[in-house]
Design a protein around this ligand. Structure first.
Ligand SMILES: [Zn+2]
Length: 236
């Protein structure tokens, strides 16, 4: 079940919202609370300028998390949410009920609340960390999948360009589409009038996966092949 997010902060959260939902369901799985809380994103510029201003709080009666987002890094906001989700779990378990002091300095004045706070810091931060690492890994798997499903043609082009860059010393980051010269003796056969893509195609034919030492040999083979072609052509 997705968490209800009420965005009163003016913060643009498309894109970010998906991450928040992912964190909430990760946290729900880990802590086993039944229903996600309602999450409020609030802005407070006065609070933001206060060095030790409030960043978030949990309302056990309303089952609401309130986060102050002004001038905060998204990751810091996420860590706050993760912390408050532990308080939500504590509330579900009945650990925030009873006669406990929750005013100023509760983490020092009330031993039970101090324990709750310690748990929220430890479990909240670790939950966020585990979620973050898993999320990044999933992104990586996705990126790898995208690379693997890239069309063969695209792959060959990239592969070829990589080989050319290595063998003829063109740095990939220097040659952009617009900078590519039309005529260049890529295959080193002395034919400077040969269009680059033809030369590249010839190199492609013969030099994939070849080491530096065999380049000379492959050029030799190319000359032989050219001569054979000529012979066949003339013979017809
Ligand atoms: Zn707390």
């Amino acid at each position: 079940m997705p968490c209800k997010i009420i965005n009163n902060s003016g913060l643009e959260i498309s894109g970010f919202e998906e991450m928040i939902q992912s964190l909430v369901s990760f946290s729900q799985e880990r802590f086993g609370f039944e229903k996600p809380p309602t999450l409020f994103l609030n802005s407070d510029s006065n609070n933001a300028t206060n060095l030790l201003g409030k960043t978030a709080y949990y309302d056990p009666q309303e089952r609401e998390i309130h986060i102050y987002t002004t001038d905060r890094h998204p990751k810091d906001i996420m860590r706050s949410i993760s912390h408050e989700l532990v308080h939500h779990k504590q509330n579900d378990e009945g650990n925030l009920q009873g006669d406990h002091y929750s005013g100023e300095g509760y983490a020092q004045k009330d031993p039970h609340m101090r324990k709750m706070e310690e748990e929220a810091y430890l479990q909240g931060n670790m939950c966020f960390r585990d979620w973050e690492d898993g999320y990044k890994q999933k992104q990586q798997v996705y990126n790898e999948w995208r690379t693997n499903t890239m069309s063969l043609k695209e792959w060959k082009n990239k592969e070829l360009f990589g080989l050319l860059s290595e063998k003829w010393g063109f740095a990939k980051n220097v040659i952009t589409e617009g900078d590519k010269p039309d005529f260049l003796d890529l295959d080193k056969d002395g034919d400077k009038e040969e269009p680059m893509k033809d030369a590249a195609a010839e190199v492609d034919e013969e030099s994939e996966e070849e080491s530096e030492e065999s380049i000379r040999e492959s050029r030799f083979r190319k000359v032989i092949r050219k001569q054979i072609r000529e012979i066949i052509k003339n013979g017809k």
